[in-house]
Design a protein around this ligand. Structure first.
Ligand code: F6R
Length: 605
């Protein structure tokens, strides 16, 4: 993970270190264990580092020299080495001649480290990044390009690297392999920005280049030169990019997560409105694919975390409406699995960030086997949207809280609507769903109206050390998502179970210390779940139910006005789960928007 930033001033009034700090603020979603910034001043390296968030760096940097025009910076999510000042980037080499920031993992770093140590090179951190800095420094004899190509040939793994050397105080070198790195030249000032994510450039228009694997970029003043892995200059073309900054504010909410939970009704209205066509739903992005869609024989959904759960929930609907078998895969598993070569497979890749390494690698590993790849993604210009054949925007707008809420809901709703588009393209009618879908916003309103009640139960349940989330049918993957939310932000263990599976083992865990949260639907399936809940009750487990009217298994019940829903109950119930987790974590005084050990964009395997 980690966020990398670099900046070289051409004609603006900006200060290099401060500009980098502004950039880092926007990259903190990639990790917030520690942060640092470096530049070359009076022929030596000047660096500032801090454990914790970027805000803490700002006061250190205030005292810095003002005339600096180039700098590099980093916000870290620890992979190799503890969260400590020594392990914070920029890492400085043993000769104190270069500063380097890195995103990714150098897989053979121990082997390279040993080799360098045997030559007398010394190390002062536990990071794979320092190995890289020392290796480049070891090879450097006045020719940086040669040192870089030799060093990169020695290392395995993935990386985006940006560095400055004291011999060239106004030059930045960068390279990438399997990690994103964008370089933008501001069309007005000529200032150059380098970042893990182009959306973190300042507000302006840019000529932009996204580094390809193994390329090396040299940014010298406002001149950008790209070399291949043999240091041979390459011709490249730049693409235009306009950044309009919409500052994301909490708008009076205590946390972004709560704000984002409350944005879901509007988001659902927006998506339904955008995709509605006559009495059904339609994706203009797939307008030219009718023939291809008619050939589809299999659908594979690939994603991680909450995005994977959205796929699991939508699977049955997609299969039922398209009559095409659907399999849902975790990106991290898919890449290394053995696959049957299935003809005419449509791949749907789901990712909020579009930068999840496991998801991207899974797509890359099988791309040539797919008939068509569709990215469902929230970030335009992400690596995923560039790699997939088609891009369907989630329209969730920026999601700040690390814990996904509105992006998950946008994924799920888009998957349902995409199912309708595919079914229509195959000649089936899905008009029967239109009324139900259009009633969603009102049902979400009904969930919001129970916020206080949910919050009060969350407070009561916050003293439990362990949670089960149980449901049947479509409610089981909803439980997977609800349990993940609780784990992420409350740090409490939570397990999702299909209600019918309790008796096959997990019921052994039930006692008065275990809390069960159940999602009840309607009819026979609800009755079956209630029977399972009675078994928990009989063993003194406390139970809270969402939905499902008129049952006597527990007094702790929250119901919603969702009579118009059947197939899409998954959406309001997921939102109710988010609210429950939010208030429980709040009661435990957790750092809700930036939970420990996590990052919003998971760019390592
Ligand atoms: C959970 C959460 C994560 C992400 C996962 C995939 O709240 O946010 O589980 O869903 O890391 O991330 P994306 O969707 O960006 O690929």
């Amino acid at each position: 993970m980690c966020g990398i930033y670099g900046y070289i001033k051409a004609s603006s009034e900006k200060k290099a270190l401060e500009t980098c700090l502004d950039g880092l603020q926007k990259l903190q979603y990639r990790g917030y264990d520690s942060a640092g910034v470096a530049a070359i001043h009076n022929g030596s390296i000047l660096s500032f580092k801090t454990v914790g968030k970027v805000d803490l760096l700002t006061s250190l940097v205030k005292e810095s020299p003002k005339e600096l025009s180039a700098a590099i910076a980093h916000t870290r999510w620890a992979t190799h080495g503890r969260v400590s000042s020594a392990n914070t980037h920029p890492q400085i080499d043993y000769k104190e001649s270069l500063a380097l920031v890195h995103n990714g993992i150098i897989e053979n770093y121990l082997e390279v480290k040993k080799r360098l140590e045997s030559k007398g090179v010394t190390f002062s951190s536990e990071t794979d990044t320092e190995v890289c800095a020392n290796l480049i420094s070891y090879y450097y004899d006045g020719d940086m390009l040669s040192a870089l190509t030799r060093a990169f040939a020695d290392i395995n793994g993935s990386f985006a690297i940006v560095l400055m050397h004291k011999d060239f105080p106004e030059t930045i070198y960068a390279s990438a392999r399997g990690c994103p790195l964008a370089i933008g030249i501001c069309e007005i000032s000529g200032d150059v920005y380098i970042s893990s994510d182009s959306s973190s450039f300042s507000e302006s228009s840019y000529s932009t280049y996204f580094l390809q694997d193994n390329e090396i970029a040299k940014v010298d003043g406002k001149t950008l030169t790209i070399y291949d892995d043999q240091a041979k200059e390459k011709k490249i073309s730049l693409s235009p990019l306009t950044i309009t900054e919409n500052e994301t504010l909490k708008d009076g909410y205590e946390h972004f997560m709560l704000k984002e939970i409350h944005e879901q009704k509007g988001l659902i209205e927006r998506i339904l409105h955008k995709r509605k066509k006559q009495n059904s739903f339609y994706y203009r992005e797939l307008e030219d694919d009718k023939d291809l869609l008619n050939q589809v024989q299999h659908i594979e959904i690939i994603a991680c975390g909450s995005s994977y759960h959205a796929g699991l929930i939508a699977k049955e609907f997609l299969e039922q409406e398209t009559r095409i078998p659907v399999s849902v895969h975790l990106g991290s598993q898919y890449r290394y699995a053995k696959h049957l070569d299935k003809a005419n497979t449509l791949a749907i890749i789901i990712s909020q960030s579009g930068e999840t390494a496991d998801t991207l690698a899974a797509l890359e590993s099988r791309k040539e086997h797919f008939l068509l790849t569709i990215a469902l993604c929230n970030v335009e210009n992400s690596t995923l949207t560039r790699k997939a054949d088609r891009f369907i925007p989630l329209m969730a707008k920026k999601e700040v809280s690390v814990c996904s809420t509105k992006a998950f809901t946008a994924q799920l709703l888009n998957l349902y609507l995409l199912g309708i588009h595919l079914a229509n393209a195959l000649g089936a009618s899905c008009e029967k769903f239109t009324k139900e879908l259009l009633s969603l916003p009102l049902c979400i309103e009904s969930v919001y109206s129970k916020e206080k009640e949910i919050a009060s139960f969350a407070k009561e349940y916050s003293s439990f050390p362990y949670f089960f989330f149980v449901g049947r049918g479509q409610m089981y993957p909803v439980c997977l998502e609800a349990a993940l939310k609780l784990k992420e932000i409350s740090y409490l263990p939570a397990e999702a179970l299909p209600a019918g599976e309790m008796k096959h083992g997990p019921i052994a865990l039930i006692d008065e210390k275990l809390a069960t949260i159940a999602f009840l639907t309607k009819g026979e399936i609800a009755a079956k779940t209630i029977s399972n809940l009675s078994e928990i009750r009989a063993r003194n487990g406390r139970i809270l139910t969402f939905g499902g009217n008129n049952h006597e298994v527990t007094k702790d019940q929250i119901t919603f006005e969702t009579d118009s829903l059947e197939t899409f109950l998954t959406i309001p119930y997921s939102i109710a789960g988010q609210i429950f987790s939010y208030y429980l974590a709040k009661e435990l005084d957790r750092e809700i928007d930036f939970p420990r050990n996590l990052a919003k964009s998971v760019t390592v395997e």
